[in-house]
Design a protein. Structure first.
Length: 214
């Protein structure tokens, strides 16, 4: 029995020696690598010209990429796809707006009230009426905003003109009709009785008693 116990003990020792053992030094680099991966961020993403990504959006993109374990290349592809979708959507919206403006312009040219052969003259009158009730347009620096092209190129625009141009509503027949009618009303020859009265000076007691006294 004693010899059997000795043999079993020796075999047990041999088995322990042949099993691979990880030392603390060997396990430490792996732990540092995992921790470094968790704490590491992403390099700055490439943003297409004409677009911006603020800090909040950037943080959301990084959190999303980290959640799905995307590497730098995969995260960049996701960013590229995001801006590609936005660009296509913007192009679609712009195309629809341009089509709408062309449709309004066609309707204005054919309008029975102000369109046709007298369109240019009526448009000029409508613009004159519109500008009569608006302030000259200036930018944030106080510099005059000028017409970029057309027959009025170089002339200062009014605030309403800028608003109409930016929104596209300056092409809408309903807007043109309103200012056309205002111009017609302003151009009619008629007399408007005012309510202004001559200023009366208060008479002194002496003038009341002696009105001819100078």
């Amino acid at each position: 029995m004693a010899e059997d116990e000795v043999v079993a003990t020796e075999e047990s020792k041999a088995t322990e020696q042949t099993e691979p053992q990880e030392s603390p030094e060997q396990a430490k680099p792996q732990a540092e690598t995992e921790e470094g991966t968790e704490q590491s961020g992403y390099e700055p993403f490439t943003i297409p010209d004409g677009f911006v990504m603020d800090d909040t959006q950037l943080s959301e993109v990084k959190d999303f990429a980290k959640e799905f374990n995307l590497d730098q290349s995969q995260a960049q592809k996701m960013v590229d796809k995001h801006f590609d979708i936005i660009s296509k959507n913007n192009d679609s919206v712009q195309s629809a707006q341009e089509s709408r403006l062309k449709e309004w312009a066609s309707q204005a040219m054919a309008d029975k009230e102000f369109g046709g052969a007298d369109l240019s003259e009526n448009m000029a009158g409508a613009r004159k009426a519109m500008n009569s009730f608006s302030q000259p347009a200036v930018d944030t620096g106080g510099k005059a905003i000028l017409h970029p092209d057309g027959p009025l190129k170089g002339q200062q625009m009014s605030e309403v003109e800028v608003l109409m141009n930016e929104s596209g509503w300056g092409n809408h027949p309903a807007m043109i009709r309103v200012f056309h009618r205002i111009h017609q009303a302003m151009s009619e020859d008629h007399f408007v009785q005012g309510d202004m009265k001559p200023r009366e000076q208060k008479k002194t007691a002496a003038k009341t008693m002696y009105p001819d006294m100078k």
